[in-house]
Design a protein around this ligand. Sequence first.
Ligand code: FAD
Length: 553
Amino acid sequence: MTEVKHMKWWGWGDDGIAFEHRDKPAFAPFVRKAIGLDVTAPAATARPFDALDVPESHLDPALRDELAGIVGAEHVHTDTMSRVVHTFGKSIRDLLRVRSGTLERTPDVVVYPGDEDEVQRLVDAAVAANAVVIPFGGGTNISGSLEPATDEERGVVSLDLGRLNQVLDVDEDSGLARIQAGAQGPDLERQLGEHGWTLGHFPDSFAHSTLGGWVATRSSGMQSDKYGDIADIVRGFRLVRPGGVVTIRPIPSTSTGPSVREMVVGSEGRLGVITEATVHVHRIPEVREIFGYLFPSWEAGLAAMRDIAESDASPSVTRVSDARETAFSFATRTASKKKITSLGSQALMALLRRRGWDLDQVCLSFIGYEGSASHVKYEKKLVKRIVGKHGGIGLGRGPGELYDQKKFDTPYIRDFLLDRGAAADVSETAAPWSKLRQLYEHTVAAAHSAYDDLGVQGWIMCHLSHSYHSGACLYFTFAFVHGEEPLKQYDHVKSAIQQAFIDAGGTLSHHHAVGVEHAPWLAQDISPEGVALMRGLFESADPRSNFNPDKII
Ligand code: FAD
């Protein structure tokens, strides 16, 4: 049996870990007010796995024997659980379908290669048999990047990279590490950390996603403002294709274009299988801390983030929530006597009132600092000045520590709500600074108009999650109590939000890739001619569509 751990088949994360609301007294009243849901009412019990109607595996026995001859029979799995776990990612669309037992097509087989040579032989065998190959990292994507087409008649091989999880080498002079593609976040940070290094890539899905998945989806992490998005971090890689390996050496910069490196970053398994990547690594900084700030309004918070991006400060995290998300953050606090600031919440509220703030408009911000103690001190001084200029106040380290501890727990809330009949999901985009305010207003209005169409009480909240020289990423979370046709309702709201992004000058996604979920907006994002160029690439690189077909375009 292959020893690769996977998440729950029906939801996020590890078995036995779930969101708990009873130690958070403000949570139930908040949800009742926001979407009209009583979370204290009994939850639905999950359907047992055996009750799912899972299609049979139709693997050609000759191909199965060939695959087993390459990796060993113990690393070839056709059991129902393996096939279900490898069918979807973890979008709300995926969770709704798997929970309701709507599995029209699963992979026919899951294989776990142990090295690159085995990946090459698996790919060659599958392509020779005209089967479909879908590389699988951690299965955390939320853009429909893994699912086989429901009408796929060929054999479907899910190629799980989970056994390739080693840091192979660190080039200390260059700050480069060669790491196998199947290494999950904690695996690779632990191995790098033993030698004093960090990759600095911490997406919210860090605990379960892999380096190969990050590269294949153009991922972004919480500290990307400092370390770069994965597209900046990955300098080289090895990509297995039929008959050979594309080798991109880790060159700091080059004038060889068009860039094959850029073609593969974000290719979602459509061009081949990444077996390893060479990435920037950094010495673990002397100081790593996150400070909390409050702003009197969303406009003030956005303007401050823009000024910080233009300043000499280069924080690792720049994040500000709108007033609705700020209220949500306060509602998920545990009942603790510990003060989150030196003032305590009562005194803080009194101070804000004295300053004339409208407490319903207050926006919470987190700024992260990393580096030497003197550098961090200098940056905090610069940021303090900018925050003050926009009427904000500092809360110190307390809220930042709280945020840092809670950040990987938030995904469990989605399952908690789903158990109680509410659909919650995220959509994010990036746009120039000059368009952000309008994009925000437009998106919130579009979501509410979609909720009105459905006749439901819906919620939408937002934070700015990453800053760049010319703009930023806005990350929206939306939720509503669904009816009998949750997928249809979800599509309606999600489509309205996506279209609002494009109409207001944003991209279809800043870091969640295209998959099948965002593909309808690709031509509006990169122009029909851009799509034609990409189609040409896929058709010539993969003439029989063996690699993860139908994703992106
Ligand atoms: P998978 O989901 O297994 O695969 C994704 C795609 O990559 C598929 O098309 C697959 O075929 C392809 N692929 C995977 N491995 C390889 C390989 N070795 N070679 C070729 N192709 C490959 N994303 C962010 O960027 N930032 C976030 O903060 C973030 N937070 C999230 C929080 C939650 C709760 C969830 C559910 C998702 C979040 N995501 C986030 C999305 C997701 O985690 C990313 O898209 C991630 O990069 C996917 O990695 P994975 O290893 O799980 O890939």
